[in-house]
Design a protein around this ligand. Structure first.
Ligand code: FAD
Length: 393
């Protein structure tokens, strides 16, 4: 089934990159990830292996220790990590490092880049991403976390939800309101972006109990008078929302690649089981009711892969790619979800047993339908921007 990936890894260099990531990922098998999931334990060994290989800086500028490669290469890497036994947990272990600091690369000062980027690239420091809030949901303009300027610093007060990896992070890319919404020309004005220390004296982190991806925590984070120096603000005050928008398309593309990787792993497991399990005196894979859904999964993953490559190459060429990135994420999340679902059904009762791992893949895959953007919001965007229908959000 290697042809699923000819789309993304479509040059010898890209295939080489994919193979290098696969070599690292293969050191961490299903037993490793199942144990981490069961123990709710962060996969430090895997995170270190990726950092040691220098891969966290794949898309970061070379002058700060990165490899200076594009979104396409980063997508190949994330797809391969998604295809590994760690599926979405493995992706979430490193995801924020790949494009989460894009706002710093694009809008940070020289001093900020020199000070912050090398530590994240080497893995010496971990960052998390604090945007979502309980009362705002997808309407980011409604966030309530405030950063009030007081001389050479801001005082941050508020609450975030779903901040992934906050338990391990030293730093947070934090979006907070600096000008009250009613004083702004547009609701999305007046939001500012910071790269702040998660100082435990002023930040309380509480893990959220959730359905899956237990190796990587997501958290409620309470900010209580956190002092953030003005020198830790990224770019201009009030433009934080726009800076976040800059990294949305690469993030959608990476997320699409991850979903395809996860779907491929589930499909491989299903095919292997269909080829060995015998019922009624013959292999279950001889039945078309088993074969056809798997063939559909293959086709849909392949199509999503090509769409993802298209979006990634547009993005790397600095061409408009919002629609393609959103469509890639939509197609890939659906194709990956379907593959995980079919993998369980192909395994019959054993699909529900932890021993065969496909239930873990499925639990993790569900999150990709909801985050970082829901499929509904993607369809709203496509309806508005591609079809010219009225904005509905
Ligand atoms: C595992 C996981 C990890 C996450 N990690 C992070 C992280 O590290 N940092 C971070 O900041 N956030 C993170 N998130 C949050 C994630 O980005 C949000 O959950 C997501 O953006 C959806 O927001 P919400 O949950 O508030 O949904 P809501 O905004 O409450 O929406 C609920 C439902 O209503 C639908 N809906 C809302 N409005 C409309 C409309 N106008 N038209 C159609 N449908 C609509 C949505 O699509 C959704 O299905 C994570 C979430 C999960 C599940």
């Amino acid at each position: 089934m290697s042809s699923i990936f000819e789309g993304l890894a479509n040059t010898p260099e890209r295939a080489e990159l994919r193979d290098a990531i696969r070599t690292i990922c293969d050191r961490f098998d299903d037993a490793y990830w199942a144990a981490k999931d069961a123990a709710h334990e962060f996969p430090h060994e895997f995170a270190n292996a990726i950092a040691t290989g220098g891969w966290l800086g794949i898309a970061m500028p070379v002058e700060y220790g990165g490899a200076g490669l594009g979104v396409t290469e980063a997508a190949i890497m994330m797809q391969e990590i998604g295809r590994s036994a760690g599926v979405f947990a493995a992706c979430s272990t490193v995801h924020i490092n790949i494009f989460g600091l894009h706002a710093i690369v694009k809008h940070g000062t020289e001093r900020q880049k020199e000070e912050w980027l090398p530590d994240v690239i080497s893995g010496a420091k971990r960052a998390c991403f604090g945007v979502t809030e309980p009362d705002a949901g997808l309407d980011t303009s409604k966030i309530k976390t405030r950063a009030v300027r007081d001389g050479d610093h801001y005082i941050v007060q508020g609450q975030k939800i779903w901040t992934s990896t906050a338990q391990q992070a030293d730093k947070v890319v934090l979006l907070a309101r600096t000008t009250p919404r009613e004083q702004c020309a547009k609701p999305t004005d007046g939001l500012s972006l910071f790269y702040a220390d998660l100082n435990p004296a002023h930040v309380e982190i509480r893990e959220i109990r959730k359905m899956g991806r237990h190796a990587v925590n997501s958290n409620q984070v309470f900010y209580d008078n956190l002092i953030v120096p003005v020198s830790c603000r990224i770019g201009e005050e009030g433009k934080g929302f726009r800076y976040i928008l800059d990294s949305l398309n690469p993030e959608r593309i990476l997320n699409a690649a991850e979903c395809i990787g996860i779907g491929r792993r589930a499909l491989e497991k299903a095919v292997a089981y269909a080829g060995e399990r015998e019922v009624f005196g013959r292999k279950i894979g001889m039945n078309q009711s088993i074969q056809h859904p798997l063939a559909e999964c293959w086709s849909e993953l392949y199509a999503a892969d090509l769409m993802t490559l298209h979006a990634a190459e547009l993005c790397d060429a600095d061409a408009p790619c919002g629609l393609q990135a959103n469509a890639a994420k939509y197609l890939a999340a659906d194709a990956g979800f379907k593959a995980c679902d079919r993998a369980i059904r192909t395994h019959g009762g054993m699909g529900y047993a932890a021993e065969y791992h496909v239930e873990r893949y499925f639990r993790e895959m569900v999150a990709t339908q909801l985050a970082p953007v829901s499929r509904e919001m993607i369809l709203c965007h496509i309806a508005e921007r591609a079809l010219g229908l009225p904005k509905s959000y």
